[in-house]
Design a protein around this ligand. Structure first.
Ligand SMILES: Cc1cc2nc3c(=O)[nH]c(=O)nc-3n(C[C@H](O)[C@H](O)[C@H](O)COP(=O)(O)OP(=O)(O)OC[C@H]3O[C@@H](n4cnc5c(N)ncnc54)[C@H](O)[C@@H]3O)c2cc1C
Ligand code: FES
Ligand code: FES
Length: 1391
């Protein structure tokens, strides 16, 4: 057979001679089903999730699985039913999953959304009434960078069985609720009364003054104290509150309108496929047959694909093709193909062979078929444990334990045991447990079967004892014996969906006298292969388990045996060594407890076993908006329904234009070098390659960015590893990328500098300096009780927008015109640079942005380069050119958040009051200026955070290094500046033995204080919010509880931190503080708004439409925003600096106000008539129904030389409290609770602003905890994808997350649109409260082990940093003496 048959969204599809290299994702997208997204291509983000259903002949049932389409070869889909996000519903008629995620604000940029929809949908197909826990777990393979997950979880949990219990769903087992009353429960509750109808669609409009909007909010409906809205509420753990919580009322009102979820209405599994799988189809129907497909494409990597259906056919095929690659779940093989560019000419698919999926039981144990999926393995393990009881099945339970955090659902649903064992990865999660359990492997070939103990299977790095022609048939795991205990432990950078740093299976067996008769300690992550710590086991055998001497002996032996060299591949030598003993120590305690051996450690076993993760919960709070019709309300993102249904189009979703070409990037393999030659002969010889472009082919200006210090393509020098040197244009992306790798570049290497510290040591700086000097710092230091010097560092951060950068350039064929569709926050700069590069006037170039799948600053300037590449290609070929970066390319070329390093000297009183601060701060700018000076300015001007510093001497410099050019990232230097000072305050508090929260509190600015940049604080709400949150979140009581917990607990410590923030709003560059809009009212009454801001998920278009609707006094539905384009909004500022709703909002308002004024006479004359009629009459009367609006921020402009003028128009402010729990033996932690209060003025859209706060918080949390951006010492980027760069997952968010908006504050001094404040960036720094809470927990441990005093802790506080900072005995044992580090290069470095 050479064709495959499957169903796609209910329709039968037959593909004859399928492309053997094609993934399911590529196939779907090529057919126009672009709802399924490419986020990474390596199984790490879940954006490509689809549901694959199949009839399982072993279990005689249909199995629905969420699957990563990016790792699923198309050919493996034969006989299955694929459902994509398009198969569920449309924006007009969404599926309940889609509707709920959309309307409960679970979609911001929307790029991750189809993946989340499909994960939840799959869960519901398998279990229509899941628990909240199951719902949270179903997202373990999905990443979202925008929302902070909370709203997605909230929406998903409306399907939970808990909802039944709480009465929000009907109890008939199928129907979900339709009716739920919001309000307080009292009949006729005031909260359920309709707000006064304020939308006037005709009659005389009353246009609000956007600045002089009322500042006090009337709470309640007018019944005074009788009103439910002003009744006092009690909330568990909270102080009394008199505020009305409109957030809850809004949520209840939305939920009440949800359509019923009826599982019986889902797309059915085609009955034909059941017959097909059972091989009972009639003669006239297609049959399930073995496949043997030879590729018809000469360039195909896979030449032959074989799918046998029996073991003997497999063995025969393997004999015939001894070099064939077996493919099962493809989760290893697919990644090898994608990332390591491996090519396997013959592939044999083994997952459709029943003999490899058998599970059988003997009195000695269980034999698991090698190719059962890990999902099925989990179920089987649970079933055997339930059947045989815990004691005999401990090995099975240990395997289950490690599977809990093994990849995500989508991987576990396809990946197999054999795939894990045979890969022989040193960090396999299963192999150590199999080793410790004493498993045996059954291998088969045409020569027969043989059994191999797994202890003899692993020979070296990814080498096994399997012979040519053999396959793994099964793995047998013995039942446990009397006196035996086995446990598994794993530590990764991120708890969920992350590969191990160290993983292990540890087993002992004792006799009746507790004497150890057998021990096996198997480790992964400490050697080239999974190893048994023989010496440690030997040290245990014969000893009495529970005897402290034995423990010391075993730990010592383990430490000696597994200690790592400083330069060990994988790095983290000390940490990994510490983990080996820490796990053994945990095992000691847990096993003693299990064996009922009384010892000091067994009493603490409860602290050491993996605890059940509690289901997260959240609450948001804001007051109702009663004086406005639309602005301020919690309206859902206007494109949300399109995003959840896959209808929303991103650049790479646009259909190809005939003749379109793709770009492949030739990337530098040196960090700094002269280019001696670029030879593209081999690339050009590849069929499909059209051109190779280098610097010589740039017709116009090759230099770009504001300082013009960067080349589009380098002419003779490369400045970083990964820099694009040339562009290959070819007919497919695959060919273009393949050809790019064939371009030979010769270099003459030059010295390179990577890290800030090295750059500072070598004085490798850009020329510019920024300083803020006030008062006499020397005098202040002289007067201080304590003068402290120190250093602080915070690392880089990758934007990790889910949609990588991309652009399509379409040449118009005349006058040099070019249309560029780009994923950019900066269409104007893209237009200008494209025009300069092509040497044409800007008027010939139009840049269009429909939406972005996230930006976060990363697409502010660096995206311009990508647009220029596409335009250059289009210019030379006259054909449309598309570029869509792979994740690893994106991470190598796009620039990140600047790492910062600061040296400081601070003088304080003995009470902790700051008298003066001298700070020298340095950022790593990378190889070009880009936006580094702006970032530096913001860092320098945020060093004060919220604290009064009477004397300051701040100087900032940007380091020139040979890394990619670091760039804007949400908070733009602000968070780095604040972090350095907060770290300094912590060390001050350490030295004074004071609580740092107290030190923060006594130093807070008060109204009227003046900042180091000479700005008087007149709109200052931090002290009020500090007090409010402290009381509401019961800080004092919780501080006591945390201290008490720490007294009681040895190995788990809790930490608490309270953190304020203020963030200045305005662009640092004066001319950027302007916005523009163009508004058309068409004669049918519909309104088209164009403005200068771009939509990247932050809800800007929604807010702008709300401003337009409010101003024009029209319903929101009549406003439409199509795109951002440079021919409708010219000379726009980038969508950045949290200022876009201020700038564009006012511009939209000004245009709409003008139109409203022009229409007033018609409206008055035609009172009661529909607006469409009014518009038509106005048109016929030749009234101009188009208006342009412009706005520039008044009074702004700061002179850095003189420290004069207004730097920021206002400050957005906030306070957070974070509470964490740290496992001091591993460094892993969980964020127990976070409370935030944020002053966003009078919000334009409260629900969207809450979403921005939660999303920014998660990014700040990731920046300071899990996200470690690393380079190899030769300048190559190490962290090139989700596999080794870890943004927070849904499980990392606070278990209890409470967000309030500050209400009722005096906004009279604000001169912003409808008195709102920018919100995109300011909350990000509050995520660092988790870092500071962790620091607090580490301090508790250090005090306990007798390491008091000052703690210096870098960010991000990875598990490695946290664990080693605990400085307990095991950490100290693992330390490598300085002499052994000398002359050695670490595996990876922070820059
Ligand atoms: C996002 C992601 C997360 C991951 N997380 C983890 C993790 O947390 N822990 C972990 O340990 N691993 C992890 N992995 C690695 C991988 O998923 C596992 O190793 C998985 O078990 C591989 O199974 P597979 O069926 O997909 O193997 P495949 O990729 O299909 O094959 C892997 C190897 O096994 C061979 N093979 C398959 N079946 C047989 C057989 N019957 N006989 C002989 N050889 C055979 C293949 O030839 C190939 O060499 C992760 C991978 C990804 C992509
Ligand atoms: S694109 Fe498939 S998991 Fe990321
Ligand atoms: S909404 Fe999830 S990544 Fe943007």
């Amino acid at each position: 057979m050479s064709s495959i048959l499957f169903y796609l969204n209910g329709q039968r599809v037959v593909v004859d001679r399928p492309d053997l290299d094609m993934t399911l994702l590529q196939y779907l997208r090529s057919t126009g089903l672009t709802g399924t997204k490419l986020g990474c291509g390596e199984g790490g983000c879940g954006a490509c999730t689809v549901m694959v259903s199949r009839y399982d002949t072993d279990e005689s049932r249909i199995i629905h699985s969420s699957v990563n389409a990016c790792l699923c070869p198309l050919v493996t889909i034969d006989g299955k039913h694929v459902i994509t996000v398009e198969g569920l519903g449309t924006s007009a008629n969404p599926h309940p999953v889609q509707e709920r995620i959309a309307l409960l604000h679970g979609s911001q940029c929307g790029f991750c959304t189809p993946g989340f929809v499909m994960s939840l949908y799959t869960l519901l197909r398998n279990k229509p009434n899941p628990t909240e826990h199951e719902i949270e777990e179903c997202f373990d393979g999905n990443l979202c960078r925008c929302t902070g997950y909370r709203p997605i979880l909230d929406a998903a949990k409306t399907f939970a069985d808990m909802a039944w219990k709480q009465g929000t769903v009907a109890a008939d087992g199928t129907a979900h609720v339709v009716e739920k009353k919001g309000g307080c429960g009292i009949d006729g509750c005031c909260r359920l009364q309709k707000s006064p109808e304020a939308v006037v669609t005709n009659g005389s409009p009353i246009v609000h003054d956007p600045i002089k909007a009322p500042t006090s909010i009337t709470s309640g409906c007018g019944k005074g104290s009788e009103c439910c809205k002003v009744q006092k509420r009690h909330d568990s753990g909270h102080a009394e509150s008199t505020a009305v919580n409109q957030a809850e009322a809004d949520k209840a009102a939305v939920i009440a309108k949800f359509q019923r979820y009826d599982p019986t209405q889902e797309l059915i599994f085609p009955p034909f496929l059941i017959r097909y799988a059972k091989r009972t189809t009639s003669d006239s129907e297609p049959q399930l047959l073995p496949l043997d497909i030879a590729s018809t494409d000469a360039q195909s990597w896979c030449k032959r694909y074989i799918r046998p259906l029996t073991l003997s056919a497999l063995l025969t095929a393997l004999e015939q093709y001894p070099d064939a690659k077996l493919v099962a779940g493809n989760s290893e093989v697919g990644v090898e193909i994608k990332l390591k560019r491996s090519k396997f000419a013959t592939q044999i698919y083994v997952n459709d062979i029943p003999e490899l999926r058998l599970i059988s039981e003997t009195p000695e144990g269980v034999a698991f078929g090698a190719n059962i999926t890990l999902a099925k393995f989990e179920q089987a393990l649970d079933a055997f444990t339930a059947k045989h009881g815990e004691r005999r099945t401990q090995s099975l339970a240990a395997l289950r334990e490690n599977l809990r955090y093994f990849a995500g659902n989508q991987i576990r649903n396809v990946a197999t045991i054999a795939g894990n064992i045979v890969t022989a990865s040193p960090i396999s999660d299963l192999n150590p447990v199999f080793l410790a359990a004493g498993a045996t492997l059954t291998l088969a070939s045409t020569q027969g079967e043989r059994q191999v103990p797994i202890t003899e299977f692993f020979l070296g790095y990814r080498r096994t004892a399997m012979r040519a022609g053999e396959v793994l048939v099964s793995v047998s795991v013995p039942f446990n014996k009397e006196g035996e205990v086995i446990r598994a432990f794993k530590q990764a950078k991120r708890k969920d969906d992350d590969i191990a740093i160290v993983t292990c299976g540890l087993r002992i067996r004792v006799d009746e006298n507790q004497r150890v008769v057998d021990a096996a300690f198997a480790y992964g992550g400490v050697a080239p292969t999974t190893v048994l710590a023989h010496a440690a086991a030997k040290a245990a055998v014969g000893g009495t388990w529970g005897d402290r001497e034995v423990l010391d002996r075993v730990l010592g032996a383990c430490q000696q045996e597994l200690k790592l060299d400083y330069a060990v591949p994988g790095g983290m030598a000390e940490y990994r060594t510490a983990l080996t003993t820490s796990f053994l120590f945990k095992f000691w305690a847990v096993s003693c407890c299990a064996l009922r051996i009384a010892c000091a450690e067994s009493a603490l076993a409860h602290e050491l076993d993996e605890e059940e993760r509690v289901v997260s919960k959240a609450r948001q709070e804001y007051a109702p908006v009663e004086d406005r019709a639309i602005v301020g309300k919690g309206v859902a993102h206007l494109a949300a329904l399109k995003q959840v249904t896959g209808e929303a189009r991103y650049v790479d979703d646009m259909p190809p234009i005939a003749g379109e070409l793709h770009v492949g990037l030739v990337l530098s393999t040196r960090a700094h070098a002269h280019i001696l030659g670029i030879n593209a002969d081999k690339a050009l010889a590849l069929p499909g390659v059209v051109r190779v472009l280098t610097a010589r082919d740039v017709p116009g200006e090759n230099h770009w960015n504001i300082f013009k210090d960067e080349e589009i393509l380098p002419a003779d020098t490369v400045h970083y590893y990964g820099q694009p040197l040339a562009l290959v244009l070819a007919t497919t992306q695959k060919t273009a990328q393949e050809a790019a790798r064939l371009v030979a570049v010769t270099y003459e290497e030059l010295p390179a500098v990577l890290s800030i510290r090295d750059a500072v040591a070598q004085s490798s700086f850009y020329d510019e300096t920024r300083q803020l000097i006030n008062g006499d710092v020397d005098k202040a230091l002289a007067a201080a009780d304590l003068v402290l010097d120190g250093e602080s560092y915070c690392g880089a951060q990758e934007h990790f927008y889910l949609e990588t950068m991309g652009a399509i350039a379409v040449p118009k064929g005349e006058d040099g015109e070019m249309e560029v569709f780009a994923s950019t926050q900066n269409p104007t700069e893209a237009q200008m640079v494209v025009a300069e590069v092509l040497g044409v006037p800007a008027s010939r170039v139009v840049c269009r942005v429909k939406r972005m799948g996230g930006g976060f600053g990363g697409k502010e300037s660096r995206s311009v380069l990508i647009a220029a590449f596409a335009a250059l290609g289009a210019h030379h070929t006259g054909r449309s050119v598309r570029i869509a970066l792979d994740r690893d390319e994106d991470m190598q070329v796009s620039g990140q958040r600047h790492p910062f390093y600061g040296r400081w000297t601070v003088g304080v009183t003995k009470e902790g009051r700051i008298l003066g601060l001298r700070a020298r701060i340095y950022s790593n700018g990378g190889f070009s200026h880009d936006l580094s000076i702006g970032v530096l300015e913001r860092a320098v001007s945020h060093l004060d955070n919220c604290y009064r510093m009477p004397a300051t001497d701040f100087v900032g410099r940007v380091c020139r290094t040979n890394t990619q050019s670091n760039t804007a990232f949400r908070s733009f230097g602000g968070c780095q500046g604040m972090f350095l000072s907060e770290n300094m305050l912590c060390e001050v508090a350490d030295r004074l033995i004071l609580s740092v929260d107290h030190v923060r509190e006594i130093n807070l600015y008060q109204t009227g204080d003046v900042t180091p940049f000479s700005q008087k604080l007149d709109d200052w709400n931090v002290p009020q919010m500090w007090a409010q949150l402290k009381s509401k979140a019961c800080y004092d009581e919780r501080r006591q509880a945390v201290d008490e917990f720490n007294r009681q607990s040895t190995h788990r410590k809790r930490g608490l931190a309270m953190l304020p923030t203020k963030f200045g709003i305005s662009f640092g560059v004066k001319h950027l503080n302007q916005g523009m809009a163009l508004v058309h009212i068409y004669m049918d009454g519909s309104v088209l708004v164009a403005h200068g801001g771009t939509e990247m998920g932050q809800g800007l278009h929604t807010k702008m439409a709300m401003v337009a609707a409010e101003t024009l006094e029209l319903p929101l539905e009549s406003i439409f925003i199509s795109e951002t384009a440079t021919n409708t909004a010219a000379n726009t500022s980038p969508t950045a600096a949290s200022a876009s709703s201020d700038l564009n909002g006012f511009a939209v308002y000004n245009a709409c106000k003008e139109l409203a004024d022009r229409l007033r006479p018609y409206r008055e004359r035609m009172a009661g008539e529909p607006f469409a009629k009014i518009a038509k009459v106005a048109y016929l009367d030749r009234c101009n129904l188009t208006a342009a609006g412009h706005y520039c921020t008044p009074d702004i402009g700061f002179n850095w030389m003189k420290n004069e003028g207004l730097l920021y128009f206002y400050f957005t402010q906030g306070v957070a409290i974070a509470e964490v729990e740290l496992d001091t033996l591993t460094g892993s932690h969980s964020t127990l609770r976070v409370d935030i209060i944020m002053d966003v003025g009078r919000s334009l859209n409260k629900a969207i602003d809450i979403g921005q706060i939660e999303g920014a918080f998660a990014q700040g949390q990731g920046w300071t905890t899990t996200e470690e951006f690393l380079y190899f010492p030769n300048g190559r980027l190490f962290t090139t994808g989700p596999g080794n760069y870890k943004i927070p997952s849904a499980m990392d968010i606070p278990r209890d997350f409470r967000v309030d908006l500050l209400e009722g504050s005096d906004t009279s001094v604000l001169r912003t649109i409808f008195s709102s404040k920018g919100v995109g960036e300011p909350p990000l720094f509050l995520g660092a409260s988790v870092f500071f809470a962790l620091r607090d927990a580490v301090l508790a441990k250090r005090r306990e082990v007798g390491v008091p005093g000052r703690l210096v802790m870098e960010s991000p506080a990875t598990p490695e940093i946290l664990r080693m900072a605990c400085e307990d005995q095991l950490a100290q044992m693992a330390r490598i003496p300085g002499v052994l580090k000398e002359g050695k290069t670490p595996f990876v470095v922070r820059i």
